[in-house]
Design a protein around this ligand. Structure first.
Ligand code: KE4
Length: 415
């Protein structure tokens, strides 16, 4: 296995450690191969909004498995989960299920190109939309963590179809449209950027994108693979009141199993085969176990309505970490949006990828190791967002803040 991992972000190289081996997860905790428990703020990079092995999700998957692992045919759970997404996500009327966020975003871009007859894609530096060729240009997440200058293997002819501009910079968007206007098929954006730490859209940024795409004849794609069901029940489009043309979803929608989706208006989704000519397919798309897990997770979220409590927990965590850092003379800034959060060890504000890259990654690594020793499992990179779940109690948050303080003493050489 290259680097010993199934995905580069799990390599732990950037924090000077060997890959973490998980043996199990229970509620807010993940356990290593030696059985030691850690308070988990990665939560499988977002999916586990109810925490690990929530009984309603486990039970739903066990029952589904007893009826068969996969059919390669329609099953009623697909329709039920599609109806939930159409109900929960304001701009979505029709969805297609796929097996990863990458599949969702690459399919949404193909659909935008088909529907507009245009080729260019506009994306933002530091945003990560999965590993399809079009996206590996100035990407965030693992590409940034590993310091990869884009990626070999992506032909120049393909990279040339992706235009990148700084996040939160509408002037740069205007310049891109002025230069390429009638060739831009779509603008794809993380409405809250969670793959360069956590960068919030500045006031007017998302509405500005909406206006410019409408005026320019390009489609607006909200990549809500991470923000969906996290920054609000209906995602960032509900929180900020912006209607994208297409939305991509993943992570939470699968309850920890490989499920993602893309969707939009009936008119746009009519392009997708077999309804229309734009081809996209998948052997395990709509897999009955994944559908069961997603349905169970969304229905439990509906029952609990935990969104305000999740934001409070994330905000308390960020406030505690930033205060602990500043009390020790370590510059820090951060914020929480719904159950996503991010802290940077820098004065801030962090408004784009260049700002985020100012962080001291050496100090981050030292602090990370000290936190892990104290039973805290954070994302092993300064270029990732953190998460909380309904399983994290206020005592867990308080314990985390105290441990972060101890880790800061260690990292700053005080202890
Ligand atoms: P996947 O193909 O990894 O399921 O999803 C790609 C993707 C698309 N869009 C957004 C906004 C995403 O955050 C992601 C994946 N996120 C990373 C972590 N930030 C996945 C972790 C990994 O690469 O292992």
């Amino acid at each position: 296995m290259p680097g010993g991992v199934s995905s580069p972000v799990r390599a732990f190289g950037s924090v000077g450690l060997d890959p973490f081996f998980a043996s199990r997860g229970v509620g807010p905790r993940i356990f290593d191969a030696e059985g030691r428990g850690y308070l988990d703020y990665v939560l499988s990079w977002g999916p586990l909004i109810l925490g690990h092995a929530h009984p309603v999700v486990v039970d739903a998957v066990q029952r589904a498995a007893a009826d068969g692992m996969s059919f390669g045919a329609c099953n009623s759970r697909e329709v039920e989960l599609a109806e939930r997404l159409a109900e929960w996500v304001p701009s979505v009327e029709v969805v297609r299920f796929v097996n990863s966020g990458t599949e969702a975003t690459m399919s949404a871009v193909r659909l935008a190109r088909a529907a507009t007859g245009r080729d260019l894609l506009l994306k933002f530096e530091g945003c990560y939309h999965g590993h399809a060729d079009s996206f590996l240009v100035a990407a965030g997440s693992g590409v940034a963590t590993l310091g990869l200058p884009n990626s070999p293997g992506v032909p120049d002819a393909v990279s040339a179809l992706t235009v990148t501009v700084p996040y939160n910079d509408l002037e740069a968007v205007d310049a891109a449209f002025a230069r390429h206007g009638d060739r831009i098929a779509a603008t794809i954006v993380e409405p809250v950027a969670g793959n360069a730490g956590l960068i919030a859209p500045r006031a007017g940024f998302l509405s500005g994108l909406r206006e410019r795409c409408t005026q320019g004849g390009a489609l607006l794609i909200f990549d809500e693979v991470m923000t969906g069901f996290r920054v609000a029940r209906g995602g960032a489009q509900e929180r900020f009141g912006i209607a994208p043309d297409l939305t991509t979803l993943g992570k939470v929608v699968g309850g920890g199993l490989p499920v993602a989706a893309y969707g939009g208006s009936r008119d746009l989704m009519k392009w997708v085969a077999p309804a229309g000519p734009m081809y996209q397919a998948g052997t395990l798309s709509g897999n009955p176990l994944g559908m069961a897990a997603g349905l169970a997770q969304l229905d439990e979220l509906e029952r609990l309505d935990p969104f305000d409590a999740l934001e409070t927990a994330a905000a308390d965590l960020v406030e505690g970490i930033v205060a602990a850092a500043r009390a020790r003379g370590v510059p820090a800034c951060g914020q929480a949006l719904g159950s996503m959060w991010g802290v940077y060890f820098t004065e801030g504000p962090v408004l784009n990828f260049d700002d985020a890259k100012q962080v001291d990654t050496e100090f981050f690594a030292k602090h990370y190791r000290a936190c892990l020793e104290r039973g805290l499992f954070f994302a092993p990179s300064a270029f990732e967002a953190g998460f909380v779940s309904t399983a994290h109690t206020s005592e867990d948050i308080a314990e985390t803040v105290a441990s972060v303080g101890d880790a800061l003493d260690r990292a700053t050489g005080v202890a």
